[in-house]
Design a protein around this ligand. Structure first.
Ligand code: ZN
Length: 665
């Protein structure tokens, strides 16, 4: 091959390799196999060796990483790398818009801004400089003014081009990240080799890009989402993103052009729910004014450009201080240690307490009073402490020892046998324990039980301490005169309480069974029992065998229920109670269209809430379970269905939509 045909072939090969890089790494639609790609690459490599005058440091053959560097040089950014201010809710976001509009009006600009909402990836910001269409420098953000030159490492990242189709000079800003899956794989490997694990993908990405050996970086599947161009004047943010795609950068497709903040809020809500399903860490959205010309007019705050803002997701993990550990006596006598925390905002609400479950859990965490702890909440789960920052432990931090005696009645605490196993929790076995009584009463009047709204926890406690109520029937014999004149109660509040109690005298059987607070009988089990027996008398007469064969009950619960109803004191109690209340027939059609069908609900349904769907299914004789098993008849799936959908697909459960459910009725 002569020189000129070699030069031509090299050009063709580079263009073809770039084309296939874009198909594979930007659009995720490879058209040729890895082997075919490699053979093109090898051909190019051998030509470059033979004709070194045509070799280029930006050739795709140099993406495998070059020499180990002695250190990273510092680079001064040509444009300061600001970061956006944060807002945490729609109200703050509206304030941001209001301020901007005021500033624009002052400048006699009447254009109403529109917005581009982009996903905020939890990664490492990188600054990529191109001169006359060639990648010349890649740097970390650093302090915003000076970063580290990591050009050699970034050249190995296949989601960015090294040579552009046009000879433009510009700076491209992007976020480097890696897939959660890839980190899991690496951590599994490290665990096997007893090496410390990486905490999250962000740390791992940052650590990787600061490797002095580019060959290591080349092996680690780092990706970059490009999201900004500096140095070219482009009308809108939307067009900037499209241009980046055209230049062969990977741009996140999940973005939304919004005319109003209400549209932004819709997109935000969708992503708050979806954030965990994605293969990368997401910590919020970035909202940018689409009209880039407005950015110059708006200028900067002390720290950030006003044209954009980070709309953060509520934190689901926070650190706070453990002030004390108290113990709570539950209605069944179970003793639960509770962490009293320095109040902290978590997933949108203030948290002051978290359960520590039992003494074993305290020992496992080695958590001490005075420690700084990591708190988390995922979905509807109650907040829990999952880690302790031992390096922050003060010298006087105290080891907590579970009490030997009940804090309420002083009885000796012990573990009990549940089923065939010894309980993890300690129990107070005293049936007359005041704390257990109060908890039992609180449960009895609770929303899912008798639903006596006027009797809040504090009032129940007060009335119990004053001897006004000491068991369930005594609630219904309360008189207005008993309450009126008590400290903090006037005629009106006394009236309200009595009205509220009277309003609760008629109650569906399943709510009554739940309200009794029988151990292991939750809302669903109470429904199962009520639906099966359909009257209190029949439940009372049921044998252990009959009870444990009820769908959804089983032996362990059957035994508890059977024991509870056989006790003479239960019989006494129910006799008195039934004089005061009327049990309503179950709202269940025994031959309903969904009779004996088991459902699991997941995701967001188009019109019904999950609770509404549940009521609809139950009214027609079906049952709703919390997790998919081989016995599940249908998975009712909406948008953003998670692991339950995967489970159902694995087992082969029939998956239906809300419409299909409705057509079954
Ligand atoms: Zn006790």
């Amino acid at each position: 091959m002569n020189k000129s045909s070699a030069e031509r072939r090299i050009k063709e090969l580079r263009a073809s390799l770039e084309h296939h890089r874009v198909l594979y790494h930007v659009h995720d639609t490879p058209k040729i196999s890895d082997e075919a790609y490699d053979s093109l690459l090898r051909e190019l490599e051998s030509l470059e060796k033979k004709f070194p005058e045509f070799d280029s440091p930006l050739s795709p053959t140099h993406r495998i990483g070059g020499e180990i560097l002695p250190h990273f040089k510092k680079v001064t950014h040509t444009v300061s790398q600001w970061s956006f201010d944060n807002v945490f809710n729609l109200e703050e976001l509206r304030k941001w818009e209001d301020r901007n509009i005021t500033l624009l009006e002052k400048a006699h600009i009447t254009i109403k801004p529109s917005y581009v909402a982009e996903i905020k990836i939890d990664g490492l910001k990188v600054v990529l400089t191109y001169e006359k269409g060639k990648f010349v420098r890649g740097a970390t953000r650093g302090d915003g003014q000076i970063g580290e030159d990591i050009t050699e490492n970034l050249k190995t990242v296949k989601s960015i081009p090294l040579v552009l189709k046009d000879a433009v000079s510009m700076t491209v800003i992007g976020e480097a990240w890696m897939k959660k899956k890839d980190l899991e794989k690496i951590n599994k490997e490290r665990e096997k080799n007893k090496l410390p694990l990486y905490a999250n993908t962000r740390n791992f990405t940052a650590g990787t890009l600061r490797q002095l050996d580019p060959k290591v970086v080349a092996k680690r599947n780092i990706q970059i989402f490009a999201y900004d161009i500096e140095g070219l004047s482009i009308e809108t943010q939307e067009k900037e993103l499209v241009l980046l795609e055209e230049y062969g950068f990977l741009v996140n497709k999940d973005r939304s052009v919004c005319t109003t903040l209400d549209d932004v809020e819709k997109f935000y809500k969708k992503w708050v729910n979806k954030r965990h399903n994605e293969n990368y860490g997401i910590d919020g959205l970035v909202i940018k004014i689409n009209e880039r010309t407005l950015w110059d007019t708006l200028g900067y705050t002390a720290k950030s450009p006003r044209g954009g803002i980070a709309y953060k997701f509520p934190a689901e993990e926070v650190a706070t201080k453990l002030l004390a550990i108290t113990v709570q006596v539950g209605r069944t006598g179970a003793i639960t240690p509770v962490a009293e925390l320095s109040p902290v905002l978590l997933a949108g609400s203030t948290v002051k307490r978290a359960t520590l479950h039992n003494g074993d859990e305290i020992n496992r965490l080695d958590v001490r009073v005075g420690d700084t702890v990591a708190l988390r909440k995922a979905g509807d789960v109650i907040p829990e402490i999952f880690d302790v920052f031992k390096d922050l432990r003060p010298k006087n931090a105290k080891v907590f020892i579970m009490p030997k005696n009940c804090p309420s009645c002083g009885s000796v605490l012990e573990k009990i046998i549940i089923g065939k196993e010894l309980s993890a929790a300690l129990y107070c076995r005293n049936k007359n324990c005041p704390a257990q009584h109060v908890e039992g009463l609180i449960h009895f009047v609770s929303k899912k039980g008798m639903n006596i709204e006027g009797l809040g926890e504090k009032i129940v406690e007060t009335f119990h301490d004053l001897g006004l109520i000491n068991d369930f029937p005594s609630i219904f014999t309360l008189k207005k005169e008993d309450i009126e004149g008590l400290e903090g109660f006037g005629e009106k509040s006394a009236d309200n309480i009595i009205t509220s109690i009277d309003g609760a005298r008629k109650v569906p059987l399943h709510r009554f069974v739940y309200a009794l607070g029988i151990r292991h009988v939750g809302e669903q089990t109470a429904k199962d029992i009520a639906k099966h027996f359909r009257s209190l008398a029949r439940i009372q007469d049921a044998t252990f065998d009959e009870l444990s064969s009820v769908e959804g009950v089983g032996e362990k619960v059957g035994k508890e229920v059977n024991t509870y109803f056989s006790l003479p004191e239960t019989k006494q109690l129910l006799k008195r109670l039934c004089k005061e209340i009327t049990l309503l027939d179950e709202e269940i059609l025994p031959d309903g269209k969904l009779f004996n069908k088991l459902f699991v609900i997941t995701g967001t349904l188009p019109t019904l809430s999950r609770d509404e769907a549940k009521v609809l299914i139950e009214k027609n004789g079906g049952r709703v379970q919390t997790s998919v098993s081989t016995r599940t008849s249908y998975l009712l799936a909406g948008e953003n269905a998670g692991s339950k959908l995967t489970d159902a697909e694995k087992i082969g459960t029939v998956i239906i939509t809300e419409d299909e459910l409705k057509s079954m009725l």
